[in-house]
Design a protein around this ligand. Sequence first.
Ligand code: AMP
Length: 116
Amino acid sequence: MPGETCVFCGIAEGKIKAKVRFEDGEIIAFEDLKPQAPVHVLIIPKKHIPSVSLAGSCDKDIIGRMVLAAASIARSEKIEDSGYRLVLNCNKDAGQEVFHLHMHLMGGRRFAWPPG
Ligand code: AMP
């Protein structure tokens, strides 16, 4: 749900504190509260979209811009050459905990593949 019941809407609206790394009119990126890598940033649309499976064709530009924002943050974090992982968890089996679409940008260490 948008608004007060969604923690990421709260961050997007500036009502909940976060360490913001990038922001424009449609997107905000902030450090994950429980980082799983030396660099762990979440990139979200300010618009409340619960999950990838509920995104529509009208969201294709904003999702594309999220990927480009992640690449830009990775460049500024100097993990472009070493590499990084972008993750979108969708629903239960993927372990999605926050139902406001978000992309994890993680880097600064090696990751296993396949993921656990
Ligand atoms: P997911 O499992 O993909 O839904 O991941 C949700 C992520 O949001 C987790 O990595 C949490 O640590 C992170 N998270 C939850 N609440 C906050 C918050 N208030 N500020 C920053 N990150 C958060």
